[in-house]
Every structure is written in C-alpha cells, then in structure tokens.
Design a protein around this ligand. Structure first.
Ligand code: FES
Length: 155
C-alpha cells in the first residue's frame, strides 16, 4: 500500500531528529494512517537516527500500535458471558455480514471499519454491547447494528 508522503513529511517536521521522539512520532503515524506502515517506520527511524529494529521493538511492545492496516472506525463487540447470553453472537454475525468480512475479524476492503471481538467492556447490564471508536453502545440488536454502520460510514 502506498502512503501519503506529504503526511509523512508533516509528521517528521514536527519531531526534532533525536531518538527520544520515537514514541511520539510513531503515535502520530498511527493516528494518521491507523497503523504503522513499513515505509513510515523506516522514514521515522532514519529521521530520528534510530535503528529500524528498535522502532519495531517499540511498536510491538505497546498495544496502542497496530502493525496491520486498520479501518477508520474500530468496532469492538463484547463476547463476554453477560453479552453472550443476550445475543452477542448474532449481533457479531450481523456486523460481519453488513461489513462483508469473510473471516471472524478484520478490516473492510475500503478501510472504513475494523471489526474485532473483546471480552467484557465493563458495562454488562447494557448488554449486548459494542464499542465504536471511543463510544459505547448498549442494548444492541441487529437493527441497531445496521444503523450504527450507516451512521459511522458517513463520519
Ligand atoms: S460481558 Fe459484555 S460488557 Fe461485560
């Protein structure tokens, strides 16, 4: 995949060429591209004077970095026990069908959404629950799942 070199340049300009800026530069790359593309990692490490191997070591250590392309919007469907007994599996399958994902989890071809399963989002009484980006949506059903996708597709 090709990335916007203009965006990358802007990120590099924001960070003085010193190894101490590695994490913040990678955070900017993650925020811009929703993952850490190889070309961006190489450019950041060259710019900061850091071995690329160290860049990848940092990227794999912190959970907030993604090494695979992610969608603009992340949908995390809770599959914990309380949500499971309230139909989380059917809800999850509805998300998968509407997003056209062949596998259990993954990113849509247009890179608009990434769907994943999680265990307990901490609001079991509202189950079944899904988190879209930073927002929690409770008492979901298949109809509401379809509406959520339409809503976030426009954002
Ligand atoms: S089990 Fe789903 S929020 Fe706790």
């Amino acid at each position: 995949m090709s990335i916007s070199f203009k965006s990358l340049e802007t990120i590099l300009e924001r960070h003085p060429p010193s190894p101490e800026h590695l994490i913040s530069a990678l955070q900017d790359v993650q925020a811009r591209f929703h993952y850490l593309p190889k070309e961006a990692m190489t450019a950041v490490c060259d710019h900061l004077g850091v071995p690329v191997s160290r860049g990848w070591a940092v990227a794999t250590f912190y959970k907030s970095f993604s090494l695979e392309p992610q969608g603009e919007h992340g949908i995390s469907v809770c599959m914990g026990t309380a949500c499971h007994v309230r139909g989380a599996r059917n809800l999850y399958d509805k998300f998968r069908r509407d997003l056209g994902l062949p596998g259990e989890e993954g990113t849509t071809r247009d890179r608009k959404f990434t769907l994943r399963q999680v265990r307990c989002l901490g609001c079991c009484s509202m189950g079944p629950v899904a988190q879209v980006d930073e927002e929690i949506h409770g008492n979901l059903n298949q109809r509401k799942a379809g509406q959520l996708i339409k809503l976030y597709r426009k954002r």
